[in-house]
Write a protein that binds this ligand. Structure first.
Ligand code: NAP
Length: 254
């Protein structure tokens, strides 16, 4: 272990194997966190991130857990408890979207899938985190960072209004939970990324979506996962000690 780094406790990152979650995991390790990262199916990617965390002298745990499944979340947090480390940060990053289509063509099954992962999964992970962090429950406080999206205010017409609405729910959840647990030593904030170069756009059927949309971004380009991760790390850290209930756009001005 690198003794030069201060021990920042344990950060749990859902969907930490790829994209924004993976970038956050790597920055977290460099900032002195041990990291427990969950993934849904890409074990290899999660393992590679864990190896890079261990290469900088921090501990890493990978846990297969689908956040749309309550039993998986229970198991994830049992693993968290078994690490013996103090849970100091939860990053609710796991998220999904489905093929571009107008609302009129959506089905109940699709809505349930998107909402279960993006909304219920984030709620259930936060519930587990609050139980462990809240001062009134014997915890030491902590930080929760939700990964929302600028889609919550743009609406994503003809692409995925369901996804945008799920992120709108995350914004409200962030504001409400922040007020509820402020006196328990827990800060709750959200980042709202714009278009970022990750694999998520392939799920919508347009892997190169970032390049198409980049022209609508005032800064004229898509963002990199690390640029979002930097904002997540600030909200997770004590440098943002007086910031809670905030929605931080990381979107190149869009
Ligand atoms: P990504 O590269 O597709 O990575 C998504 C990660 O989430 C993967 O690690 C995946 O696990 C995991 N995941 C997906 N569904 C899951 C589930 N049901 N249970 C557990 N893990 C699950 O996507 P990303 O762009 O980094 O997205 C991360 C977050 O940023 C999401 O909440 C997304 O909505 C948000 N966001 C992204 C953008 C963007 O332009 N990229 C913009 C705004 C907001 P596996 O690796 O096992 O598949």
């Amino acid at each position: 272990m690198n003794d030069d780094l201060q021990d920042a406790g344990l950060m749990v990152i859902t969907g930490g194997g790829r994209g924004i979650g993976a970038a956050t995991a790597l920055l977290a390790a460099r900032a002195g966190y041990d990291v427990c990262l969950s993934y849904r199916s890409d074990e290899q990617a999660a393992g590679q991130v864990a190896a890079r965390i261990e290469a900088v002298g921090r501990r890493a745990w990978t846990v297969q857990a689908d956040v749309s499944n309550e039993a998986d979340i229970t198991r994830l947090f049992r693993c968290v408890d078994n690490t013996g480390r103090r849970l100091s940060v939860l990053v609710n990053n796991a998220g999904t979207l489905e093929t571009h289509m107008p609302v009129a063509e959506m089905t109940a099954a699709r809505l349930q899938r998107v909402f279960a992962t993006n909304i219920t999964g984030s709620f259930l992970c936060a519930i587990e985190a609050v139980k462990r962090m809240a001062i009134s429950r014997g915890g030491a406080g902590g930080a929760i960072v939700n990964v929302s999206s600028v889609a919550s205010r743009l609406g994503s017409p003809n692409e995925y209004v369901d996804y945008a609405a799920s992120k709108g729910a995350i914004d409200s959840f962030t504001i409400g939970l922040a007020k509820e647990v402020a006196m328990d030593g827990i800060r709750v904030n959200a980042v709202r990324p714009g278009v970022i170069y990750t694999d998520i756009h392939a799920l919508g059927g347009e892997p190169d979506r970032v390049d198409r949309v980049a022209g609508m971004v005032p800064m004229g380009r898509g963002g990199q996962p690390q640029e979002v991760a930097e904002a997540i790390m600030w909200l997770a850290s004590t440098q943002s000690s007086y910031t809670t209930g905030t929605l931080l756009d990381v979107s190149g001005g869009r």
